[in-house]
Design a protein around this ligand. Structure first.
Ligand SMILES: [Zn+2]
Length: 266
């Protein structure tokens, strides 16, 4: 028992830093930690957009919590969440905001360059919002090539759609059973259950059939008849844990393969 404890001691000391939050660390400690002890950063990004009976900032709440949950097991730092994004057709709902693509891209590019310049080798963008995806994927490639850093963009809800089917037995939707549950697991106070009714939801129209601005519902079901919100706390907690494990696994495997291939390791 004693020898086990002693054996672990150097490992614990190596990782004794006051915080994993870039927002909270100071420059002296940052210099001691990055990149010699930590060379991976998680950047949560989202937007301000209506989400049924969940908070308008659900797309910020979700990736920030997810990043904080998985950071210790990945030995990663967590960058401040970028809470404004490319909202698109739901920006007409109260409290919605959207950043034009041509303003968003150079701003995010500068954040990625800043993370690279500060020594991070693995920049993991934990995206909470589908409207950002095309810009983030393009920027990940562009800045990765330019700065010789490895970048990964993960859209947690899409990457984990199999877990929606497994845990809820049906497909989900924007602010549907899956995303609403994810927020409920993080902070149940962010969900106003009393305001919910199924008529708040509309199935996503098949491509080329119809479109509307603003889209008439902030709950957008991926499949007709599936994904209506339920409020099962047990399933919500199980879903959150399963998503966190799956996303952490993707990040871990991707970094291991980059390392094995010695990519951008001089
Ligand atoms: Zn969302």
């Amino acid at each position: 028992m004693l020898s086990t404890t002693l054996a672990l001691l150097p490992l614990l000391l190596t990782h004794s830093q006051s915080t994993r939050e870039l927002n909270d660390i100071n420059w002296m400690e940052f210099r001691e930690v990055v990149p010699s002890k930590v060379d991976t950063v998680l950047l949560p990004v989202g937007t301000m957009e209506a989400h049924g009976v969940a908070n308008n900032g659900a797309d910020n709440t979700a990736p920030l919590a997810l990043a904080r949950t998985i950071a210790p097991s990945l030995n990663a730092m967590v960058a401040p969440v970028l809470p404004y994004g490319i909202t698109g057709r739901l920006d007409g709902f109260a409290g919605g905001m959207t950043i034009p693509d041509e303003a968003y891209r150079p701003f995010v590019a500068s954040i990625l360059r800043g993370l690279a310049r500060n020594g991070f080798k693995n920049i993991i963008i934990v995206n909470g919002h589908g409207g950002n995806t095309a810009a983030l994927e393009a920027l990940g490639e562009q800045i990765g090539r330019e700065m010789k850093v490895r970048t990964l963009v993960v859209n947690w809800w899409a990457y984990c759609s199999d877990l929606t089917l497994k845990i809820f037995g049906e497909d989900g939707g924007h602010a549907g059973i899956n995303e609403n549950a994810f927020i409920q697991a993080i902070d149940a106070k962010l969900i106003q259950k009393d305001r919910y009714k199924d008529s708040l939801a509309t199935p996503r129209p098949p491509a080329g059939t119809w479109s509307a601005y603003p889209f008439p519902s902030s709950i957008i079901l991926y499949q007709p008849g599936q994904g209506y919100v339920k409020f099962d706390q047990g399933k919500a907690d199980a879903y959150y844990k399963a998503v966190a494990d799956k996303v952490a696994g993707l990040v871990r495997d991707t970094i291991r393969k980059w390392d094995e291939a010695k990519i951008f390791r001089d």
